[in-house]
Design a binder for this molecule. Structure first.
Ligand code: PHE
Length: 601
């Protein structure tokens, strides 16, 4: 068992003792001694370094650790050191002394923190490379200053730090909070700062808080239910520099000279206010640097110097204000205020592209007597499917990947209405419009539609516009004419359509409508003979339509032997994207609300 001399005397730098064991580990050696001054890493304090000198060899100590009750010194050895050798141990004292100061600083800081926030529970301390204390609990933002003031007041009071070795019994009696783990291989020890309650501690400590020097709290981080208070202390050089005090009268003289210089700069400058302020008051300015040197004043005189610093800064601020006023009133100066300059226009938004398209489509159809109507977007199965000649089990229904709405079936309601759906197309407006009982019908029904699809060419919510014309003697010619009109109005005079036979349950005959491609105008080839990027074949698929099936007319209460009509349904998003000749890589972009995309339209 190694005797731990640092526990009772942190200032012992050198001892003479005996090697008790020496083991070679690769190219390194592990030495144990009868007693030691070397602090083994632990309790947040890094291990010591130094030398162990014998008659025939010298070890340079790189790292020290506790191994059971032994202190193991990890060394490189020149010459030989064997058990029984008498050796002289010397610490790397500047390093150890810094560790001691950092460690004591941690305890002083802890006293400051606890006196302000007594509910915090200390969890761990780190007094090496990144000194910090972690607590359970939290510290309000903005308390750095208070904590630092309290801690440095304890430093300034130069309180004694005393240590005592104690039994477990005594430890439990004397300390308020026991650490979660007590060392089993070290004697127990408590330290006391001034007359504050003792705390358990096994590290090395300076004798008086004044030796710690100024403590800076470099950050307070609240994370989850813990808070970490990071701190630093001055290096030896900084401490020594701080000890060379400047007499306060000399400091005030320097301040006044800096003030005069600053005012001269302000007087001659035509810079904008902020630049001027940085030049004369910023951290790199003469005054800024002097402000920092206030640390070189004896603490007792600092308040007096501080008052002068504040006065000087205020008067320089005033000079900047006055200067910018007189600069601004000179009209030839670029900073001058010109009341005739028009105001800045705040950025303007625009309607969503789909809203724009709906407005335009409505307007185009209005010109040929089609009235925009609205029908439910959550509707009965009857209107969405059944009345359109699509019985429940008809396979064609699979094309409309429908969302169903859960609802309590009401017995009173006519059984024929069936389930409730989010309308998968605008065709639910057909029978609903017929039921209004007014003929002829020229409607344009624009609404949101929903289908269980989401991929690069589908969004689960989209829009359709559904046209319907019912009158006596309506023919396919009318259908074709209306399509052609719309396409030329919406896409441009070069555009035309073609009808392709298709199948819908609710129209007979049925067609799919293609529009010639806006880039190759139907040829499928570009001027240089290369295939068109947009369409490949010259035609783009647009919409469905056809002559209304007699069953549908009947379901709407219209006599198919007297009346005929056509209906068609197109996708708004699809029509809009084709208009610009834009091939969207992903149609879902339209509803992603990415301003960078939407702004382009
Ligand atoms: N409702 C059909 C669809 O969604 C389009 C259509 C409307 C077809 C009207 C014919 C008549 O695809």
């Amino acid at each position: 068992m190694t005797e731990l001399l640092f526990l009772t005397d942190s200032y012992k730098k050198e001892i003479s003792t005996r090697v008790t064991n020496a083991e070679q580990k690769g190219s390194a050696w592990e030495l144990t001694l009868a007693e030691t001054v070397f602090y083994p890493q632990g309790g947040g304090q890094p291990s010591d370094r130094g030398t162990i000198k014998g008659a025939k060899g010298t070890a340079s100590v790189k790292h020290v650790r506790m191994d059971g009750a032994e202190v193991v010194h990890e060394c490189t050895v020149e010459g030989t050191l064997v058990p029984g050798d008498r050796v002289t141990c010397s610490l790397d004292w500047p390093l150890r002394y810094r560790h001691m100061r950092l460690h004591s600083a941690g305890h002083v800081l802890h006293e400051a923190v606890i006196s302000l926030y007594p509910d915090l529970v200390p969890l761990k301390g780190e007094h090496g490379d990144k000194p910090a204390i972690t607590y359970r609990g939290s510290i309000p933002i903005g308390s750095i200053h208070d904590i630092m003031m309290k801690a440095n007041a304890l430093v300034a009071a130069d309180l004694p730090i005393t240590s005592e070795l104690v039994s477990l019994d005594e430890l439990q009696k004397r300390v308020a909070v026991l650490p979660p783990r007590l060392p089993k291989n070290k004697p127990l020890r408590i330290i006391t700062i001034g007359d504050r309650p003792p705390t358990p501690d096994g590290g090395t400590q300076v004798a008086k808080t004044g030796e710690v020097g100024e403590i800076t709290v470099s950050g307070i981080t609240n994370t989850g239910d813990t808070v970490t208070v990071a701190y630093t202390i001055n290096t030896r050089e900084e401490t020594e520099a701080a000890e060379e005090f400047i007499p306060v009268s000399q400091y005030i003289g320097m301040l006044l000279e800096a003030q005069a210089n600053a005012k001269r700069v302000i007087e001659e400058s035509t810079d904008p206010r902020e630049i001027l302020r940085i030049a004369v008051l910023g951290p790199k300015s003469e005054l800024g640097k002097l402000t920092k040197r206030i640390r070189s004043i004896k603490p007792a005189d600092r308040q007096q110097a501080g008052t002068v610093v504040n006065d000087v800064k205020a008067s320089v601020e005033r000079a900047i204000e006055e200067r910018s006023l007189s600069v601004a009133s000179r009209p030839e100066h670029p900073e001058a205020f010109d009341p005739t300059v028009p105001g800045l226009r705040p950025p303007e938004g625009h309607l969503h592209i789909v809203t724009q398209a709906i407005a335009e489509i409505t307007e185009i159809f209005a010109r040929i007597g089609f009235t925009r109507v609205r029908h439910p977007e959550v509707d009965w199965d009857w209107y969405a499917f059944e009345s359109l000649n699509m019985p429940k089990n008809h396979p064609a229904r699979d094309e409309w990947e429908t969302f169903f709405v859960e609802h309590q079936k009401s017995k009173s309601k006519n059984q024929k209405f069936g389930q409730i759906v989010l309308t998968p197309h605008t065709s639910n407006g057909q029978v609903r419009e017929m039921e209004k009982g007014k003929l002829p019908i020229r409607m344009i029904n624009i609404a949101t539609c929903y289908r269980r699809q989401s991929d690069i060419s589908h969004t689960p919510m989209f829009h359709q516009f559904e046209g319907m014309y019912i009158d006596t003697n309506v023919s396919i010619g009318h259908l074709k004419g209306v399509f052609d009109y719309f396409v030329k109005q919406f896409f441009g005079p070069d555009r035309t359509i073609r009808l392709r036979p298709f199948h819908f349950q609710f129209t007979e005959p049925s067609f799919e409508v293609d529009i010639n491609c806006g880039i190759c105008l139907g040829s499928g080839k570009l001027a240089d003979g290369a295939p068109c990027r947009l369409c490949k074949s010259g035609w783009l698929e647009m919409a469905g339509g056809g002559m209304i099936h007699p069953t549908v007319l009947k379901n709407g209460g219209i006599d198919p032997s007297r009346y005929s009509g056509f209906a068609f349904g197109w996708g708004v998003e699809r029509a809009y994207m084709m208009k610009g000749g834009t091939k969207l890589d992903d149609i879902r972009l339209i509803y992603s609300n990415d301003i960078r995309f939407l702004e382009q339209f």
